[in-house]
Write a protein of this length. Sequence first.
Length: 73
Amino acid sequence: MRSDQYKTAIEEVLMRIPQLEKALQGSNCPREKRFLNRSLKSQEKRFERMIPYQHRRALQALCDQVGVRGEFF
């Protein structure tokens, strides 16, 4: 049951991120853009923290090997 809740939480975050990106691109109000940008960063950070620690370390090592900047911590 816990894995189902975990999957549901991940799916919700993954659905919210593109919605926020579209809303951010379509917004003309600076105040709204700031709010949407904060929400987007928050959701991205939340998604990163859902990845187990050992997998984040592996992703960071992989990024370092290929020379790509990745911040998983």
